[in-house]
Design a binder for this molecule. Sequence first.
Ligand SMILES: Cc1cc2nc3c(=O)[nH]c(=O)nc-3n(C[C@H](O)[C@H](O)[C@H](O)COP(=O)(O)O)c2cc1C
Length: 176
Amino acid sequence: MKELDRQEAFELASPYPYVLAVTLDRRDRPNIIGLSWWMFTSWSPLMMAVSVGRERYSHECLEHHGEFVLCFPSEGQEKDAWTCGTKSGREIDKFKDTDFKAVPSRVVKVPTIGGVTVSFECRVVNRVETGDHTVYIADVVSICGNTDKVRHLYSIHYRKLISIGSDCGINMDLTY
Ligand SMILES: Cc1cc2nc3c(=O)[nH]c(=O)nc-3n(C[C@H](O)[C@H](O)[C@H](O)COP(=O)(O)O)c2cc1C
């Protein structure tokens, strides 16, 4: 074992499942942010959390409208998914400047993204300040997906996106 700097450690611990969170801004315009800091927090009820930097436009959006749609971008969506993780909604309109298509959600006002593997519609129920990010904790109120788009995207630190599918890897018989 040797001591690592943060860059090396994040790179070594990669890949991380990379998701896109759609939010609504003050003008009801949808915005998309790329996130690796997200998690499920409860099984029953199903809940999720996302950690969003306080300077992000998405932070402003979430403070305005407490809903988001968390999408797993599928293989083939790498370029546009990367744009959402590197450009701010303050500078560009991510639904106009990418090939992503806004698709109406089933329950929440925020749209989802066409062609993604899975999308979770979420309503924020709590928020926690943590360092320079805010963690938004949310109820999952509806789930949609494309069962033919099994392979979705993972990030290697902040360097690139790769696609991995749930058809990969070894099968484990997990008994609790
Ligand atoms: C691989 C990757 C993972 C990221 N994960 C997060 C994250 O978990 N939380 C966050 O606040 N920003 C994260 N970012 C940065 C935002 O996606 C980026 O700053 C984006 O431009 C913010 O857009 P916005 O200003 O429209 O909200 C990540 C970026 C990349 C490339």
